[in-house]
Design a protein around this ligand. Structure first.
Ligand code: FPP
Length: 258
């Protein structure tokens, strides 16, 4: 009897989700959603678990959210998985975080291929362990012709470094005569960033109640709509994601105009 009720509840909540998705799809869908996945450590602490248990749980949420993003027709989902500052964490935690892309792609690359997802990475390849890089490069290679959701992992990413590197590149190109002062504008500058070929995010989500950018896409977020929630990333789910999209659909974007 109890099992039957559980099954009925599950069916009901999945049909509620479907209905909600259909309603949302009738309105404007953000083309690019970026997420700062925060709160894994606190989620684990609340349960007396090691921090890495929070990261493991957080990895499962990545699957849920990328699937629903694809269903909604979002073109790009950028996930902040490891910042250039995260190297300061204890070695065991860093090692664990560096294994997550590999674990995730081992389990889900076939599913990502089937769902027409294109995997990308944004961040410095320097200092990444070989096993992390190999797993990502394999996924990038095997999904490069897919034209569904772009699942963009920001890994070993830091926005200030990204901007400095862009400026250095522009100086080199200027010395080589490839670009002059007059030729530089916002659009061209954007092409020197690691997010080149991607539009700026329309919506930024940050979980866990922290209200800051933590060196994430500082240039690209200039006109992005922000949505913050107290929910910790491992507790985040499809319904919360839809809350964010619905809120985005209510906002009036003026890009400095009236
Ligand atoms: C911040 O929470 C989270 C991270 C630094 C890691 C985020 C990584 C994942 C969610 C998994 C990524 C999955 C793949 C497939 C790459 P925190 O540890 O700072 O939490 P706290 O603020 O509560 O301590």
């Amino acid at each position: 009897m109890f099992e039957k009720i559980k099954l009925w509840r599950k069916k009901k909540s999945s049909s509620n989700l479907r209905e909600r998705i259909e309603m949302i799809k009738k309105r404007e869908i953000p083309a690019h959603v970026a997420v700062i996945m925060d709160g894994n450590g606190r989620w684990a602490r609340k349960r007396n678990l090691p921090r890495i248990a929070g990261h493991k749980e957080g990895m499962m949420v990545v699957r849920k959210i990328s699937r629903i993003a694809g269903e909604l027709g979002i073109k790009t989902l950028t996930l902040y998985a490891f910042s250039t500052e995260n190297w300061k964490r204890p070695k065991t935690e860093v090692d664990f975080l560096m294994k997550l892309p590999q674990d995730y792609l081992n389990d889900y690359l076939p599913e990502l291929i089937e769902e027409n997802v294109q995997v990308r990475m944004m961040g410095s390849k320097q200092n990444l362990p070989k096993h992390t890089l190999n797993a990502l490069e394999k996924a990038i290679q095997e999904t490069k012709n897919n034209n569904g959701l772009i699942l963009n992992f920001a890994l070993n990413y830091g926005s200030r470094t990204e901007i400095i590197e862009a400026v250095k590149h522009i100086i080199r190109d200027s010395r080589d005569g490839k670009i002059g002062e007059d030729g530089l504008n916002e659009e061209i500058f954007s092409q020197y960033l690691m997010s080149n070929n991607l539009p700026d995010p329309d919506l930024l989500i940050r979980t866990s109640g922290e209200i800051r950018l933590s060196n994430f896409m500082l240039w690209q977020l200039a006109y992005t709509e922000f949505w913050f929630t107290d929910v910790l990333w491992p507790d985040f789910n499809e319904q919360f994601f839809l809350d964010a999209i619905e809120e985005f659909q209510k906002r009036q974007r003026r890009f400095g105009g009236v």
